[in-house]
Design a protein around this ligand. Structure first.
Ligand SMILES: Nc1ncnc2c1ncn2[C@@H]1O[C@H](COP(=O)(O)OP(=O)(O)OP(=O)(O)O)[C@@H](O)[C@H]1O
Ligand SMILES: [Mg+2]
Length: 319
């Protein structure tokens, strides 16, 4: 597979498909010895916009509220406050035709493709159900064509080689591709990808991220890419939002946020990002003053993710 061109930063002029306006989520914090029950403010008034054909990265440390925000946006959790808009229309009720359309339009990709697929069922089973629900194929032949089309979109070909397989017969990357195909069966407008590659072998990560970038560009999907890894965010996303303790503390074009970070927390994230340049220099016994600094992520040519807009070759593209 050749690496797709990364989508343009911010996809200027593209319509906003999904927006959050002041989203809030509070949880009841459990009490404990010497601790009273209280309120945990997981998401504190977050607003964002996701346009068609745009990848927005949401970066932050563990517990900063990234998954909670994704669960709110996907309708898996109800917000304590604020609202979600799909193509400008507020999504308010957890039922009705509008809400069903919203649930179909906004699909989640989870971190662990092994637990999101049922080990007792084949790839055909996993994909047939959403195809039946969302595409209503009128015949066995139409179903087979739809399944083959989905597998083709995620580069699992020939389809016949994969349809009868069980999750344990696939690599981690292939399992995540099946999960992505299942999400695509709903013909969504938005993918919320919550750390979609962090559980994959390092050699498979780039292939899956390149696939998401390709789908974003080809199908004009809006993609929210959640990650701890600000270096991958810089490579794959046009826009980066930095989240800390439930709030977005910095947002802007990926280049700007990573090369001229304004917030101390963003600088901290960049400084703690693994730096392949420095690691390579270190393994030679040498020192490097290049690479990641508090002022920005390395511009060196040996980065795992490379520099936009020249994506590095896909590694292990279909594994
Ligand atoms: N259902 C829940 N009930 C109570 N507290 C919750 C619930 N879900 C999340 N939290 C809390 O909300 C905060 C944010 O959690 P969240 O999972 O959104 O963080 P995250 O940024 O996704 O972290 P990670 O990077 O580890 O996945 C955490 O303190 C977490 O313990
Ligand atoms: Mg999370």
């Amino acid at each position: 597979m050749t690496a797709p061109a990364a989508p343009p930063p911010g996809a200027p002029g593209a319509p906003v498909v999904l927006a959050a306006d002041g989203l809030v989520k509070d949880f009841r914090a459990p009490g404990g010895p010497g601790r009273r029950r209280g309120v945990l403010h997981a998401v504190r008034g977050v607003s964002l916009e996701l346009a068609a054909g745009e990848i927005v990265a949401l970066v932050g440390e563990s517990g900063s509220g990234k998954s909670t925000l994704a669960r709110l946006l996907s309708g898996l959790e109800r917000p304590t406050g604020g609202q979600i808009l799909l193509r400008g229309r507020p999504v308010q009720v957890a039922r009705g035709r509008d809400y069903r359309a919203y649930k179909r339009s906004v699909q989640m990709i989870f971190q662990d493709p092994f637990s999101s697929l049922n080990p007792a069922h084949t790839v055909r089973y996993h994909l047939s159900r959403p195809v039946s629900i969302h595409q209503a194929p009128g015949s066995r032949a139409a179903m087979d064509a739809a399944l083959a089309g989905l597998l083709q979109q995620v580069h699992l070909t020939p389809a016949a080689d994969f349809l009868a397989k069980y999750p344990h017969e696939l690599s981690g990357g292939q399992r995540q591709r099946v999960a992505i195909a299942r999400a695509l069966a709903a013909r969504p407008q938005v993918l919320l990808a919550d750390e979609p590659v962090s559980m994959l072998d390092v050699s498979l990560r780039l292939g899956v991220l390149n696939l998401l970038a390709e789908l974003c560009a080809a199908q004009r999907l809006g993609i929210l890419y959640i990650t701890h890894d600000i270096a991958s965010a810089r490579y794959f996303a046009g826009t980066i939002l930095v989240m800390q303790a439930g709030s977005v503390v910095e947002a802007g074009p990926a280049e700007q946020v990573t090369q001229s970070p304004a917030h101390p927390y963003t600088r901290q994230l960049i400084a703690s990002a693994p730096d392949p340049d420095r690691a390579l220099a270190g393994s030679d016994g040498g020192t490097s003053d290049g690479g990641t600094t508090a002022g920005g992520i390395s511009n060196g040519g040996t980065s795992v993710w490379g520099n936009r807009p020249s994506p590095p070759p896909a590694l292990g593209a279909t594994r």
